[in-house]
Design a protein around this ligand. Structure first.
Ligand SMILES: [Fe+2]
Length: 436
């Protein structure tokens, strides 16, 4: 019989073999951090099933001074939003449209979509959706100029970890949330999209949530459901029309001196594709005097030293196709998700450090049900500055035309103010060495 005992982290092991105690010394592996295990899934039920009460309320920015309000009701209700700058006093109203979709046996509720405005920047608005007996919500519009703060989180899902991430984000003073794909992890089970909408409503009804799609949004089933992104496109209408894109899967917008570009990793991206040609035109229109910063979001990371998701065409081929465009345009930061961990690279171009390339950051650590991607390639590549498999979110505070502060906040640090990784960024448009 063999018994193995550990002591003080494993510096001394006693092997007891056939009654003989044999001390064995060894060097314990360096373990700076115990990676947190997955937490259980959540399902958020409807408060009032079958009714016309608004649920899954979320907002997204449209153009310079408008906001899209989206919500779902189980029974028919007018696509009307009443709003104003004082609680209970709605001096304005707007009407939009209602849609629904079918997915196998599932039939969605009434999906309402209303654009309101013009709105004043940095102002709290109170609003009510649908019938005039509904509850009051409120949101704050983003500022028109610096500073502006983004919360950034990918691969959110709906688990106890998601709840922890959302709790942390709710304590941050941010203007807009950016999500680089993988929202609900409904994965064909459509009521989970409804649950996700209810889970995020407290935050997504208060600040614009700007999202792009990940692989979990595709939901295409050969023969049975041949179109992709059905639920995502129906529920998360982003301002693609305003950025002259022909698809909800890629779009851009300006906010307070930052040009944000959302790309689609799971649609065509080669140089002959509509997305590529749209990106080329969009980047060509950026006026760095007006928007000194460019931030891009994708789902599948182009740079990744985690063992997860290596060798996928959405990473390799999209990088091959589009990296030159982003480099020539002097994009400042590229956020990705997909890998369930956090990793920050230095400024990089074609796999090498380059002072005029974007900083690539993987922030796929929102709280999904699949757990963390905790195995890394070793040695750590020189271009990878910080990497850790923990759940969390990031914040980008763009202070002015030249400086921004990026911080990463892990959920296990109970104080939201703690930043586990942080860096000051200087905009490439202000760097004379990177002038094109
Ligand atoms: Fe993903």
């Amino acid at each position: 019989m063999a018994v193995v005992e550990g002591r003080l982290g494993g510096f001394l092991i006693v092997l007891t073999i056939m009654g003989l105690a044999l001390p064995v010394f060894f060097i314990a592996p360096v373990q700076g951090y115990n990676r947190p295990p997955p937490r259980k899934n959540l399902y958020v039920p409807s408060d009032d099933p079958g009714s016309d009460s608004p649920q899954q309320v979320h907002i997204s920015t449209v153009g310079a001074d408008k906001m899209r309000v989206s919500w779902i009701t189980d029974s028919p209700s007018p696509a009307t939003v009443e709003y104003g700058t004082s609680p209970g006093a709605y001096e304005k109203s707007a009407t939009g449209s209602t849609s629904s979709y079918k997915y196998l046996m599932y039939e969605s509720g009434e999906i309402h979509d209303v654009v309101i405005g013009p709105l004043e920047p940095n102002t709290v608005y109170y609003y009510r959706c649908g019938s005039n007996s509904g509850p009051e919500f409120s949101f704050k519009t983003p500022p028109a100029s610096f500073p502006v703060t983004f919360a950034v989180v990918g691969d959110l899902g709906q688990t106890e970890w998601t709840k922890s991430t959302l709790d942390h984000i709710s304590k941050a003073n941010y203007d807009m949330l950016l999500l680089p794909g993988d929202l609900s992890y409904a994965d064909f089970d459509q009521p989970l999209w409804d649950s996700f909408g209810r889970l995020v409503q407290p935050l997504a009804s208060q600040r614009p949530w700007m999202v792009t799609q990940g692989n979990h949004e595709i939901e295409k089933i050969p023969v049975l459901h041949s179109s992709a992104f059905t639920a995502y496109n129906a529920r998360w209408h982003m301002p693609y029309e305003e950025s002259v894109s022909d698809s909800n899967l890629y779009y851009s917008f300006d906010v307070a001196g930052v040009h944000v570009i959302m790309l689609g990793s799971y649609t065509d991206f080669d140089p002959s594709s509509a997305q590529y040609q749209w990106l080329q035109v969009d980047l060509g229109k950026v006026d760095r005097g007006r928007t000194p910063w460019i931030v891009v979001l994708i789902h599948a990371p182009w740079y990744n030293s985690n063992k997860a998701h290596q060798g996928e065409s959405e990473s390799i081929n999209m990088k091959d196709a589009m990296e030159d465009l982003l480099y020539q345009a002097r994009v400042d930061v590229v956020y990705a998700g997909h890998v369930h961990a956090y990793e920050r690279f230095t400024r990089v171009y074609k796999d090498e450090a380059n002072n005029c390339g974007p900083v690539h950051i993987t922030i796929g650590d929102g709280g999904n049900r699949e757990g963390l991607a905790s195995k890394y390639k070793n040695p750590q590549p020189k271009i990878s500055v910080f990497r850790e498999a923990s759940f969390g979110h990031g914040q980008l505070v763009v202070a002015n035309a030249t400086h921004a502060r990026w911080t990463w906040h892990r959920n296990e640090d109970s104080d939201e103010a703690v930043a586990s990784d942080s860096i000051w960024l200087t905009s490439l448009s202000s760097d004379p060495a990177c002038k094109n």
